[in-house]
Design a binder for this molecule. Structure first.
Ligand SMILES: *Cc1c(COP(=O)(O)O)cnc(C)c1O
Length: 422
């Protein structure tokens, strides 16, 4: 299908997808009275208008009720975390008892590895993508050391073929099969933060499971960006942060998925804390840890109400629009961005390489761009034009047109500035 790349074409598409666009429910940052073109929702999503009201509500309950807020506030703190089960399970394709919101992402990655990375003499390796987000690399490296091994011997990294930037699914699956005998865990990102590649999580999960290998995903760049079916894909566990596409504010709470078949198994090893203990006996303050038979059984501490209040407000919008409608707009919006860049390339002797897969099933909303020359200068010139993108060493500019609050017209304006800055 030929896309109309004119300003009028962009505006027509905005009209077509108006039901999936909730820009008016967010605070859009500006400069000198003009709204910025914010393409950084993959790093820190924008603030929903309702976030302030939700956070202030908890401050008010705390002020007025003190400790009574645990049971008598508008949204009692004692089981505050339970409000997330329904909206989060819809977002990631899980059962309500398979998800919980707690801690921060890297903390949860460690907690989940305590349970799901259980090397035995023969099966002790971890397969992960090369160039994973640094925090994930450090988590895996230190978990391996905790087990008394060296990262070089225990970590198998998946690398793109020479001359390629992204991984081929067949290569990932082949690597798992090749090392099945010695692998204890496959741990991948859902969408790679650098290239924007969305991995075939269903295929990876089913291949790992076929060989009895545990499989977990870091969905920091996938949740709120692509449609997920974690339960159906039979994934062992997953975790993500809420401040990127989920718009829950800096340092916001992390979410966790633990498949029912694991969550119900209260004998699985884990780190325990009182909030993971059987809630009927939690306040008997007795000896003997008895975990909840749900994802809540991995909680350690009582809920962090203030960041979770912002998260709750942000999730309301996802429930209202729905991931299917968001993804549908997202596919068009990113395809529009790609078409604009392709046109710039044709008119200017191909200065830009898009390293994100062009197959739409293999990407979310982000495009990662490499410039033949002057990448840094082009990046600053975009900044000056009021475009918020980000620069990732060594040479990538990432742009993330987010369907919830970005528009086709913004993409059109971005493309105009980009061509000018070349
Ligand atoms: C953003 C991100 C993180 C950040 O971890 P925090 O613990 O929330 O600071 C970790 N891993 C991945 C893949 C990310 O994209």
């Amino acid at each position: 299908m030929k896309v109309d790349l004119s300003l009028e074409g962009a505006r027509a598409l905005d009209l077509q997808f108006s039901a999936a666009t909730r820009r008016g429910d967010y605070l859009i940052p500006g400069r000198e009275g003009k709204e910025l073109i914010y393409f950084c929702g993959n790093s820190l999503g924008l603030q929903p208008l309702k976030a302030q009201e939700y956070v202030l509500q908890e401050l008010a309950d705390w002020a007025e009720l003190g400790v009574e807020g645990h049971f008598h506030g508008k949204r009692p703190w004692f089981d505050y975390h339970k409000q997330f089960a329904a909206p989060i399970s819809r977002l990631v394709g899980a059962l309500p008892q398979e998800v919980v919101v707690m801690n921060n992402l890297t903390v949860n990655l460690h907690l989940l590895m305590v349970t799901f990375y259980r090397p035995t003499g023969r099966q002790y390796k971890i397969i992960m993508e090369a160039g994973a987000f640094p925090s994930d690399q450090y988590a895996v490296e230190t978990q391996v050391r905790l087990q008394g091994m060296e990262p070089e011997e225990a970590i198998i990294e998946l690398e793109p073929r020479p001359g390629e930037h992204t991984l081929r699914t067949e290569d990932i699956l082949q690597k798992i099969e090749e090392h099945a005998e010695e692998t204890a865990l496959v741990l991948m990102g859902g969408v790679n933060y650098y290239t924007g590649q969305f991995f075939d999580l269903k295929a990876i999960s089913s291949t790992a499971r076929k060989y009895g290998i545990k499989v977990g995903f870091d969905l920091a760049h996938a949740v709120g960006n692509v449609v997920l079916s974690l339960h159906e894909w039979d994934v062992d566990f997953a975790c993500w942060c809420s401040y990127k596409y989920l718009n829950s504010g800096p340092g916001g709470s992390s979410g966790v998925f633990i498949h029912e078949r694991n969550a119900q198994n209260t004998s699985l090893p884990r780190f325990g804390g009182w909030w993971g203990h059987d809630e009927r006996e939690r306040f008997l303050m007795r000896k003997g840890f008895k975990p909840m038979p749900t994802a809540e059984g991995w909680q350690l501490s009582n809920a962090q109400i203030l960041p979770m209040a912002a998260h709750l407000a942000a999730l309301e919008l996802f429930d209202q629009v729905g991931m299917t409608a968001l993804r549908e707009k997202s596919l068009s919006l990113t395809a529009f961005a790609q078409a604009c860049i392709d046109q710039i390339n044709q008119r200017n002797n191909h200065p830009i390489q898009i390293i994100t897969p062009t197959n739409t099933a293999e990407r979310g909303c982000q495009l990662s761009l490499i410039f033949k020359k002057d990448g840094k200068r082009i990046f600053s010139s975009l900044q000056q034009a009021g475009i918020v993108a980000d620069w990732r060493e060594p040479d990538v500019i990432r742009i993330a047109p987010v369907p919830m609050y970005n528009t086709f017209e913004e993409v059109w304006n971005f493309a105009r500035h980009l061509e000018r800055s070349l």
